[in-house]
Design a protein around this ligand. Structure first.
Ligand code: PEP
Ligand code: MN
Length: 263
């Protein structure tokens, strides 16, 4: 069901007014993690002003260490809903666990399946059943075939509102956090009708690499970007090293639009 031949013209995934798979790349921006009301509302307003069309922010966080901040949970979801009401931006947030799927779906406009859960088939089935649009991140050690088979679980569950997200794979080089696999973009576009976006924040782990890799992703044919932004990246509770400021985002949005106009 994910194969390009099924829908040669491509699928357009709609989240409110936002359309993935159309002519304009969709820019999703926001903090890695919802930290508190002030941080989230400030960031949401700033990313709206910078020209982003959707807000991201984690309420349930998949942390490598159980001792790291795990997110605000339902309080974080309430804050995301408040940020949406304030800015008009639709919200995408991660659902970590099958038992939270309905709860997250009550608040979010799009459900994110994280890299670590790409092969959580029970979660995929449960998320498909909500009928909500899904952002399916690539597992950081998953092949493209495995990633498309995870999309197949959602499609087989009756949900075709799927946006794929390349977010870097594990390589041998420790100079960057992950290795952003931009090969995946044109390849997935050839293999599947589903839109594909890129996460240059997790894909590089370094904020200075986010603008150039964003432009490279759009040049390669990405249907959008998901970018971590914080008003004070150095103070971010999670992933500050890869987080850009709203000013950098505003500049990047202009450059992405200009690049898209010529390609
Ligand atoms: C995220 O986008 O917040 C995140 C945790 O990403 P990933 O699942 O790609 O690591
Ligand atoms: Mn993050």
């Amino acid at each position: 069901l994910a194969a390009r031949e099924v829908r040669p013209a491509g699928t357009v995934v709609r989240v409110g007014e936002v359309a993935f798979g159309g002519p304009e790349p969709v820019i999703i921006a926001g903090p890695c993690t919802v930290e508190d009301r002030d941080q989230l509302l400030r960031t949401a307003e700033a990313v709206r002003r910078a020209g982003a069309s959707m807000l991201r922010g984690g309420a349930f966080k998949p942390r490598t260490s159980p001792y790291s901040f795990q997110g605000l949970g339902e309080t974080g979801l309430e804050l995301l809903a408040e940020a949406r009401a304030l800015t008009g931006l639709p919200v995408v947030t991660e659902v970590l666990d099958t038992e939270h799927v309905e709860l997250v779906a009550e608040y979010a406009d799009m459900l994110q399946i994280g890299s670590r859960n790409m092969m959580n088939f029970a979660l995929l089935r449960r998320v498909a059943a909500t009928g909500k649009p899904v952002l399916l991140k690539r597992g950081f050690a998953a092949t493209i075939e495995e990633w498309l088979l995870s999309a197949e679980y959602l499609l087989a569950g009756g949900n075709d509102q799927i946006v794929l997200c390349e977010r870097g794979v594990r390589g041998f080089d420790t100079a960057t956090r992950f290795t952003l696999d931009l090969n995946a973009v044109p390849l997935v576009r050839q293999l599947s009708h589903l839109p594909v976006i890129v996460d240059p924040s997790h894909g590089t782990g370094r904020r200075e690499l986010v603008p150039p890799m964003s432009l490279a992703a759009v040049a390669a044919g990405a249907h959008g970007l998901i970018i971590e932004v914080h008003p004070e990246p150095e103070q971010a509770l999670v992933d500050g090293r890869q987080t850009i400021t709203p000013e950098t985002l505003a500049d990047l949005v202009r450059r992405v639009r200009a690049l898209n106009a010529v390609t």
